[in-house]
Design a binder for this molecule. Sequence first.
Ligand code: FAD
Ligand code: MG
Ligand code: MG
Ligand code: MG
Ligand code: MG
Length: 529
Amino acid sequence: LTAASGGGIVAYADSARAEEAPEPPPRKKKVVVLGTGWAGTSFLKNLDSSRYEVKVISPRNYFAFTPLLPSVTCGTVEARSVVEPIRRMFEKKGKDVAYYEAECFKIDPTKKAVHCRSAVGTNLDGNGDFMVDYDYLVVALGATVNTFNTPGVMEHCHFLKEVEDAQKIRKSVIDCFERASIPNISEEEKRKILHFVIIGGGPTGVEFAAELHDFLVEDLVKLYPAIEQFVKITIIQSGEHILNTFDQRIAVFAESKFQRDGIELSTGFRVIKVSDDSITVKCKSSGVETLVPYGMAVWSAGIGTRPVITDFMSQVGQGKRRALATNEWLRVPECDSVYAIGDCSSISQRKIMEDISTIFKVADKDNSGTLTLKEINDVLEDICIRYPQVELYMKSMHMVDIADLIKGGVGDSNKESMVVNIEEFKKALSHVDSQVKTVPATAQVAAQQGYYLADCFNKKDHCVEHPEGPLRLTGSGEGHHNFRPFRYKHLGQFAPLGGEQAAAELPGDWVSMGHSTQWLWYSVYASCR
Ligand code: FAD
Ligand code: MG
Ligand code: MG
Ligand code: MG
Ligand code: MG
């Protein structure tokens, strides 16, 4: 199955083959990590860096705990308490890890090198560019904001991606209150200046709205009592509901909480233009356009691809995708030595129908041209590791075991004695691939991927002998368990809604709302790192 299932399943193998001749201990392999966000730091923290020569490149010399950024916008949490300096983080690793405060602007997979530009001024030649070569490259560059090319957004909206963004927002909110307090400002003008608009009703926009509301009612209103009546918060969301990636109950809970708080929800509106003092929105159902005057706007309507990733994708022939595609072992399939984790990448899950004939042949141990239930059961575990959609499909169809699934191919028959030929086998599995799931762009996913990949690197010697993929399907012997593909473990979602109210969604359909859900959530983070 190896050849069929991986499309280049040799992540670890190549460089090892060159070393098969008995030689003195090889030089340490160079691992270059791009980015120090959730994915990059999780990888670095878990990597046994004494085995490699590690170089880390990132324009920010700190890690930012992004879930707390909305709280920084209103001073609930201090900026310095949501960051962790990179050099502190790797203090214990000593000389094993080098860090360069620089931006990578080009990845060259043929030369196995990255081109970088210093983020802290230039060198003596008046040019801060340099090149770093690698044996293995870990791309953990994250995503950028996505304006969907909406005119005026870049110039006039705030974003909430970095610590600096949060600090700028805080200053801008106060500025609005001071501007509205200047004498001789008309009421209409005051209403405009104190209209805070959030574009995008995803978790970030919603958390920010909740924080801002608390900040206004608990602090600012006391400091600016004369203008309290003019303050308004609006969330503009193009979909029908806010928080639409969450359980429906959470969306409803959040919407009614916001209604009580007086936060206006404009759902079903798309922003088509932003000027310095108004936002043009279009009602999706009627097509009618309206001007919304505002004082400050925060754009949190989606994530986009960094130019260096777009460039790299075009070099390796991935075309114009939204994210860099990897296989299930987090390797870029077109390059032997490039891995990608976190928001900049997405896993393309292999379809079972692409490998169905090979699976059938491997399972048919007695070469009878048919499979018995036992023959199928013998390879079932490996199939489920390689194609998680099989289990998801059976679950979604309320099937108890594989026999239920196979019955779909042979029609009604006795479970124990059923026998399927290749056509029946194909028919039975033909809908399974509809259950292929994409992993979301979240800190949880990024951290789990970083951890998983470090584990792979730490056990690389073992993996060189047993490259990617479940082996037992290939018949190359029992007990040679090599690396399982990455599997995301969903630990839940959390949305603070202001006033110590929060909504959490945990696996197993367990939804919790109300006070002190937050602590539960932070413990979920603690356990995934
Ligand atoms: P990032 O964490 O963005 O890291 C990217 C790294 O690459 C950074 O260090 C950056 O400086 C560096 N970099 C950028 N360009 C270059 C370059 N050219 N060269 C070298 N380095 C570069 N997720 C959750 O699961 N739960 C939450 O509650 C949650 N809340 C969030 C709140 C906010 C305000 C935001 C913005 C995000 C939130 N997320 C949350 C999402 C989460 O932060 C991301 O999914 C996560 O950061 C992705 O990790 P990453 O390592 O891929 O990218
Ligand atoms: Mg990262
Ligand atoms: Mg981060
Ligand atoms: Mg991703
Ligand atoms: Mg058989």
